[in-house]
Design a protein. Structure first.
Length: 45
């Protein structure tokens, strides 16, 4: 019973810590929108 409880708490701690990593929403480039040069279209050669 102790082993099951320890395993459950360990899995809960790992899943909680992994779910906290990362940002919400779409990635945005730094700076104002007027200074962002990407994405841009390239010449079709």
């Amino acid at each position: 019973m102790k082993r099951f409880l320890l395993l459950s708490l360990t899995l809960l701690a790992l899943s909680t810590s992994l779910s906290a990593c990362g940002k919400k929403g779409a990635p945005r480039p730094p700076g104002p929108d007027s200074d962002v040069t990407y994405p841009r279209t390239y010449p079709a050669e």
